[in-house]
Design a protein around this ligand. Sequence first.
Ligand code: SF4
Length: 327
Amino acid sequence: MKKGRVFSGARPTGRQHLGNYLGAIKNYVALQDDYDCVYCVVDLHALTTLRGTEHLKEWTYEMVLDWLAAGMDPELGTIIFVQSNVPQVTELHMILSMVTPLGKLTRLPTFKEKVQQQPDNVNYGLVGYPVLMASDITIYKASVVPVGVDQASHLELTREIVRTFNFHFGPVLIEPQAKYTEIPKVLGIDGVNKMSKSLDNHIELASEPDELYARVRMMVTDPQRQRRTDPGRPEVCNVYSLHNIFTPPETVQQIDADCRAAAIGCVDCKKVLAENLAGHLAPFRDRRAQLAGDPDHVWNVLNDGAQRANAIASQVIAEVKTAVGLP
Ligand code: SF4
């Protein structure tokens, strides 16, 4: 017996990197044991920037291929689909926008951030983004949404929108609960910024071992360790942070001691990390190659997911329209 239905969405960003895996995908896979999971490629949300829209199809394919290779699995009942393939969500977006005060949307810190990021394109979609998110969640009657602390305000707004809607029109929509997830901040190879494709500081999950090593070799380490003979500080080194995740604990302990005593050089230390990373990701790479052997597989999964999502959404939008009184 599952504990409820989880919804989560991610923008199509193509091949996934270690930050995506540790920050989201790993959790998506784990949630499948306890919840009915609905995972969505939110391509409409991606339109708010109007950048790279010609790549949306390719990025969707590559991202979902990585999701499947990592263990997100329709055979377990998980619904994986593309947001725009279930257009009822845009109908619900329109209806929910009527019960959402504009001031709440423009006061959200995330909206203010977006305005700073793209001052020349402050479009209506940016303002309505959290309302579309509320529609994404409620149209699939999700009871649980995994969120990091930074997204908490959006989910709180969803809950407020649901309460307002239900107050006016009756108890139709489910108020989702937050499932707070500890999302580790995975730094990029620059050792400063969060791992991100746009900053080109990422390590792709699908990298071949030599590509992995090339990226790991570029990683910034303890800046005070200028020479091989300088003792290092593992606690400020991003290579060491990744060792903590991908290297066996006894080796990590040894690296800690050797780094502090300057008994290991950064080049060798990185070699160990690259080998462990490659070993850890080997089953993922094999599975990805196997799935990619059938170019239709990803699209079949997404078509099937859209049909299943559609069945839920059709029912909910019909209930909503009846409750509102639309003829
Ligand atoms: S030896 Fe390893 S842990 Fe120490 S600074 Fe170099 S890369 Fe970082």
